[in-house]
Design a protein around this ligand. Structure first.
Ligand code: SAM
Length: 290
């Protein structure tokens, strides 16, 4: 085993927030495996599910289950173990703990007690999806799961309709078609949308195009309501109506002479009503060309 700097430097127990694969076991990092081998306790969302991962790694570990509904009751025993010097790994069923998964209370309280908390980074469906979607990523807004009831979901989407950052949601397979239709309805049939299905697995699929296109693709695909989905929506653009006569390039060049790209995009969006993402991409191009 290599000398992990966090482990080597810790005189007390460490709570590791350890990311596990979102489908492909090859994505479990060597450091994650090493850490799982070292810890005294594994706190898991579902001990049976995570037990299979440990078994696959040939590890036999003491485990404790940590669901949202029992988190409050179980955290005290985990915190006590940490305070007594035990090393603990928090894992969820898939991906990065706390990202639409349990663990927040445990982490907050561990920090409040001055205990060491350290991430073992790795797979996360929203990051994997965004990285390959082809939508602007300089500014995005992750909203977790939309409400399951139709009315509440529509209201949530309406509240996000003018957001200029790329929107990211998790969605269950049996609601994804309805959600895509609601996106077309609320955000407009022309709004660019990308759905990432079954990331890192054999049937990984990206559905891309306008909200309308994506609805059609889902309808046509016999697997369009199966598997796991990340839903991404390009942010709202206020471009044509905002300042019809404005020479955007001239405006950006003038600002770029004095300010960094990020500030130009931010101020430009405020001054013209245009999308910050769009101005950022354009300003970057102009800067690189100059
Ligand atoms: N903590 C996880 C993470 O880091 O991504 C997310 C947990 S959340 C309970 C589960 C949701 O993540 C799924 O319903 C789906 O929306 C998304 N997800 C997880 N794995 C996925 C995959 N392989 N492909 C697409 N989406 C996935």
């Amino acid at each position: 085993m290599t000398a992990d700097p966090i482990y080597a430097a810790s005189k007390q127990g460490v709570l590791y927030i350890l990311a596990t694969p979102i489908g492909n076991l090859g994505d479990l990092s060597p450091r994650a495996v090493e850490t799982l081998g070292r810890v005294d306790l594994v706190a898991a969302e579902d001990t049976r599910h995570s037990g299979r991962l440990l078994q696959h790694l040939g590890l036999q570990k003491s485990m404790i289950s940590l669901h949202d509904y029992n988190e409050r009751e179980r955290i005290d025993s985990v915190l006590e173990r940490l305070a007594n010097g035990a090393h603990v790994a928090l894992i969820s069923d898939a991906g990065t703990p706390l990202i639409s998964d349990p663990g927040y209370v445990l982490v907050r309280e561990a920090r409040e007690r001055g205990l060491r908390v350290s991430p073992i980074p790795g797979p996360c469906a929203l990051v994997a999806a965004l990285s390959a979607a082809g939508l602007p990523t300089d500014c995005f807004r992750f909203e977790g799961f939309l409400p399951s009831k139709r009315g509440a979901r529509k209201a949530a989407l309406e509240a996000l309709a003018r957001e200029t950052a790329t929107l990211v949601f998790y969605e269950s397979p049996h609601r994804v078609r309805e959600t895509a239709a609601a996106l077309a309805d609320v955000m407009g049939a022309d709004r660019p949308v990308v759905l990432a299905r079954e990331l890192t697995k054999a049937f990984e699929t990206f559905y891309t195009g306008t909200a309308f296109d994506v609805c059609e693709q889902l309808k046509e695909d016999p697997y369009g309501a199966r598997g796991e989905f990340v839903v991404m929506v390009q942010g709202a653009s206020l471009k044509p109506e905002a300042e019809p006569g404005l020479d955007v390039d001239k405006f950006l060049r003038l600002m770029l002479a004095e300010l960094p790209v990020k500030t130009v995009a931010k101020l430009g969006a405020e001054l013209t009503g245009r999308s910050r993402n769009e101005l950022y991409q354009r300003a970057l191009t102009l800067k690189n060309d100059s």
